[in-house]
Design a protein around this ligand. Structure first.
Ligand SMILES: [Mg+2]
Length: 380
């Protein structure tokens, strides 16, 4: 190791888990989609220091990611060169092999990988977008919420607000009341007008036959152009069927549960989706997202970034083939509370600050302390 690299070796790791209750219009409120109900969200924050600078990464995950990161990964990362994150990523994946790489371990790796990239960019005093080699300077975002337990008024107000803020597409959850879904989708279509695309996400709630029938109705009645997880994302043959037989002009999307590079390979090889989704806070941070996006790009399939808009604004603009980023309601609320330096929303695009080092994000320490449920510091 050169003396320069040695001086910049990782010398401290701090991990913080925060659990934030779900809210709507500032009031606590549980949320539901086609296959799950939840009343809080946990974020794992990773702060990694070297050469007098600190990088920030994060992942939306389980509180169980904190002991995995501190117990299985921290020793692998301490002492490494922040500019050698590719090798560190492989070492982290090897370290969790027997604990189970896909799942919570992959989220812990993701938070650390993002922090290492942010740190390297800060050490170079350059934005992470520029360090990664920008594919463009901004990326389209779409407003995402419309939970299945929302009233008609709550649903249409949320979607109209996003249209007014400039989002060019909005997405609602469907799948808990299949008989009522066409009506709810039509409500949203009427609320946002013809110039805004309407997306739907069933989170795998439908059978193949239900999904095929509803895909036609959504297109005919409401011109829905994106149908996400119409059936379980484990049913690659089912996704392929709906992609083949569904309406022209409707993208079939899935991939948010991808934790390893092989997952995206299998989904692409099955020709299961028109657009593949990947989540850098699950699939291995910048390193894992790059792998997924490049695999898709190589076979002409666009990528979409699942949630975490403050992070995916940079990653989505950096990587080839990324067509949009999901501005997810829960994460918009959380990221506004926890971070300063959020990317701007301009004409429906997220625009990272190319003049700020790294991701441009800094933690709001009062909010972090308020929601903290666990913490670990290699210096203790
Ligand atoms: Mg989804």
């Amino acid at each position: 190791m050169s003396s320069t690299a040695h001086e910049q070796a990782v010398d401290r790791i701090r991990l913080t888990a925060c659990t934030i209750p779900t809210t709507f219009d500032g009031k606590p409120q549980p949320e539901s989609d086609g296959t799950a109900t939840w009343d809080s969200t946990t974020i794992l924050l990773a702060e990694i220091s070297a050469g007098g600078r600190t990088g920030l990464g994060y992942a939306y995950t389980s509180p169980a990611a904190l002991p995995i990161a501190s117990g299985l990964l921290a020793d692998v990362v301490l002492g490494t060169d922040p500019y050698a994150s590719g090798g560190t990523w492989l070492a982290m994946a090897a370290a969790v092999r027997n604990a189970g790489w896909p799942g919570v371990c992959a989220s812990a790796i993701s938070a650390i990988d993002v922090a290492l990239h942010d740190l390297a960019a800060r050490l170079s005093d350059v934005s992470l977008l520029r360090m990664l080699g920008a594919a463009r300077d901004r990326v389209m975002a779409y407003g995402s919420g419309g939970f299945t337990d929302r009233s008609d008024r709550e649903l249409t107000e949320q979607m109209s607000r996003w249209a007014e803020e400039g989002y060019r597409a909005v997405k609602l959850k469907i799948g808990t009341h299949p008989e009522d879904d066409p009506r709810r989708v039509a409500l949203v279509r009427n609320a946002v007008g013809d110039d805004v695309q309407v997306f739907v996400d069933a989170n795998g709630a439908y059978s193949r036959k239900q999904a095929l029938e509803l895909a036609d109705r959504f297109m005919d009645e409401s011109h829905v152009t994106w149908f996400e997880e119409p059936v379980s994302s484990d049913d690659l043959a089912g996704l392929h069927l709906i992609r083949d037989r569904g309406p022209a002009g409707m993208q079939i999307a899935a991939g948010e549960y991808g934790y390893t590079p092989a997952y995206f390979h299998h989904m692409l090889a099955a020709e299961a989706v028109d657009t593949i989704q990947a989540d850098a806070t699950r699939c291995g941070g910048v390193t894992g997202f790059r792998s997924a996006a490049l695999q898709a790009w190589a076979v002409g399939i666009p990528s979409s970034a699942h949630t975490s808009p403050a992070l995916h604004a940079t990653i989505g603009a950096a990587m080839p083939g990324v067509v949009n980023v999901e501005a997810f309601h829960d994460h918009l609320v959380i990221e506004r509370q926890l971070f300063d330096g959020l990317p701007a929303l301009i004409d429906g695009d997220l625009v990272p600050d190319a003049t700020a080092p790294g991701l441009g994000l800094s933690l709001r320490s009062d909010a972090v302390a308020h929601y903290r449920v666990g913490a670990w510091d290699s210096a203790d």
